[in-house]
Design a protein. Structure first.
Length: 645
């Protein structure tokens, strides 16, 4: 049969292919593996909330096996299956009686504009001879998809060297020797697929690769296992094949994966919609010249956006803005590579420089040069790969940020917006605490975020037996009751007191610990005191503040923000013990969990606190291999070094 006849609009070729496959006694094991693989992928991407209509663009799988029908029928009121082959459609309809079917060409769909909620197109568009046919098909899919509707598709992965070689060799030869049972043609790699979708107003949420075990071996072995082994052995073989899908988490996934897969949503000009809702998710960004029109934004976010964060935090040379979605205001920090930025707005400072300082402090017997060589080389790789080209979501530039929990729909909406607004940036959602918000942690992962260890913090539950059995905390609270200091709140703190708190903070956080900590100045304390951004407790005697602590309360958790005390005073005064006792006392009064942040781990554990690891949620699936690679290294290097935790 001539190649031209394989690519025309007649269904005869695929009718014959279908009849030949139907003559086999039962489906080969490799086809069952394909069904399981596609089901697993699309199940992860699809919402549990059913939509009205799902369109599947070919029925070849459903004509031979269950295919995706069991999954799709559980996620939609109506499942519409189409195929260019009348024979395929007839067989699929006979196998699945609830399936609505029609014979149609994906290049000319018989549906009105914006009438389909979700489209599933697995390995449909890689059977055309020309790229023009693929683009025409994508245009049609975009046309019939509703605004905010979901498009999920897979194609042969052109970035895989085996696929690239296959497309060079003559189809007749490959078909004759049994490598290709039917025609396959033009296809895309991950980059060209993303560009093609964005060209038709489709926001790409994730591009990945699947089927990492060599396909030729899978097909050959699957045929043998299907004919000569028991069901139990076949299931073991399927589990063996699925283990290789862990390669989809590696930066090399597009080199090893046979299929490239995309999860995308149709965009409108002013709104972002996901499949969980029939209402648009409005996302609006406010920058320095417009932030004053956002009344719900805190005075802190307004000030840092209008004047620049470095006015208040001297080593925060970044841009700040705010976005609002569903009446929720989130601060956005846009970072770029720059030496010396605070670890709260620089991945390089946080994961390389700060880690290096901590390792040197805690391992004084190991030569400093050894750490410099190892982490210096590691850091050079990160810099080359633009590790600090990041847009941070919900970043107040605090070590622990006031958290804001978002729904899965909202996460998808804000991610889609940031991908469009900052397409060359990694998206980082910092300080995610799985102990306090396990479901939110899982939701971020479900939406394509990789979770990377950030630091160890300590939580304390004043109502727990662990706390109540510790005498250290009781002694601290007794010391606080006997204090010779006046404990004042924000309304009694003067401008000169703010300057003093800045001095105490810098002495402790910068001079003693690290200049990579946020370099808060007097203006920061004036702003957060006068605008009641943080709750302050200050220890004052003879007109002078010798210690202070600040905190914020959000959703049942009291979080210590910043502390400071005069390090020149005798330790027997127990100023640090007293400021921690203030936090414990206020948490007890309010019936809240206490987040004591990081540092002084042994001290805090003696008072009943327990360690918990915070994470950064990182989204970089839209970036090149060079840009994703450093985050993979950070994830693995962090595990090896334990991040100095």
């Amino acid at each position: 049969m001539e190649t031209e006849s394989l690519m025309n609009e007649q269904s005869g070729y695929w009718d014959n292919i279908s009849k030949n496959w139907q003559q086999k006694e039962r489906p080969s094991l490799w086809r069952l593996f394909s069904d399981r693989l596609n089901t697993k992928l699309f199940c992860r991407w699809m919402s549990n909330v059913p939509v009205e209509r799902i369109l599947k663009t070919d029925m070849f799988d459903e004509s031979l096996t269950d295919g995706l029908y069991p999954l799709l029928s559980s996620r939609a009121k109506y499942v519409i299956g189409m195929d260019v082959s009348a024979e395929v459609v007839k067989t699929a309809q006979g196998n699945h009686h609830g399936l609505q079917t029609l014979v149609a060409d994906v290049r000319r769909l018989p549906f009105a504009d914006g009438t389909i909620d979700t489209i599933v197109s697995n390995s449909t568009l890689d059977h055309f001879r020309s790229y023009d046919d693929i683009h025409a098909s994508l245009t049609e899919l975009g046309r019939v998809l509703k605004s905010g509707g979901q498009l999920m598709l897979t194609m042969d992965n052109k970035a895989n060297p085996i696929i690239a070689l296959r497309n060079i060799l003559p189809f007749r030869l490959l078909n004759h020797i049994g490598v290709l049972p039917f025609y396959v043609g033009a296809t895309f790699g991950p980059g060209s697929l993303r560009k093609a979708l964005e060209k038709i107003n489709i926001d790409v949420m994730e591009v990945t690769a699947i089927w990492h075990f060599p396909r030729v071996v899978t097909v050959a072995a699957g045929n043998i296992f299907s004919r000569f082994t028991s069901i139990k052995t076949q299931q073991k073989f399927l589990r063996f094949l699925l283990k290789f899908e862990s390669l989809s988490r590696l930066p090399t996934r597009f080199f090893t994966g046979y299929f490239v897969a995309a999860n995308a949503f149709k965009r409108s000009q002013t709104a972002y919609r996901t499949q969980e809702s029939n209402t648009d998710l409005q996302v609006t960004e406010f920058k320095a010249d417009t932030i004053q029109h956002l009344p719900r934004a805190s005075e802190y976010v307004k000030a840092l956006t209008q004047q620049g964060p470095s006015i208040y935090i001297e080593n925060a040379h970044v841009e700040m803005s705010a976005v609002i979605l569903d009446d929720i205001v989130l601060p956005i920090v846009i970072s770029a590579p720059r030496d010396g930025n605070a670890d709260t707005c620089s991945a390089y400072s946080h994961y390389v420089q700060y880690t290096l300082e901590e390792l040197i402090k805690r391992n004084k017997k190991i030569p400093r040069w050894l750490f410099n060589v190892v982490l210096g080389s590691f850091g050079s790789i990160l810099k080359i790969c633009d590790i600090d080209k990041v847009v941070y979501l919900n970043n107040y530039l605090f070590a622990t940020n006031p958290h804001q929990l978002l729904s899965s729909q909202q996460i998808r909406g804000i991610t889609a917006y940031l991908l469009k607004r900052y397409p060359k940036h990694t998206i980082v959602h910092p300080t995610i605490n799985p102990y306090l918000h396990q479901s939110y942690f899982n939701t971020l992962q479900d939406n394509g975020y990789m979770m990377i260890k950030s630091r160890k913090i300590h939580l304390l539950d004043p109502a727990s037996e662990r706390f109540q059995n510790r005498t250290n905390a009781k002694l601290d609270l007794d010391l606080l009751k006997r204090t010779s200091y006046d404990i004042i709140s924000a309304d009694a703190i003067s401008d000169s007191d703010c300057a003093r708190m800045a001095e105490l903070y810098r002495s402790l956080y910068l001079d003693k610990h690290s200049y990579l900590n946020p370099q808060l100045n007097k203006k920061f304390f004036l702003l957060t005191v006068r605008k009641n951004i943080l709750v302050y407790r200050a220890f004052k005697k003879n007109g002078k503040i010798d210690a202070f602590v600040s905190y914020f309360v959000r959703d049942g958790v009291l979080t210590g923000a910043f502390v400071g005390y005069d390090r020149s005073l005798l330790s027997k005064l127990g100023l640090y013990r007293q400021v921690i006792a203030i936090l414990i006392r206020d948490a007890q009064k309010l019936g809240l969990i206490l987040n004591l942040s990081s540092g002084s781990g042994k001290f805090k554990e003696l008072r009943g606190a327990f360690p918990v690891v915070e994470y950064h949620a990182v989204y970089n699936r839209h970036l090149s291999l060079r840009r994703r690679f450093p985050w993979f290294l950070i994830q693995k290097e962090g595990e090896a070094w334990s991040l100095g935790l």
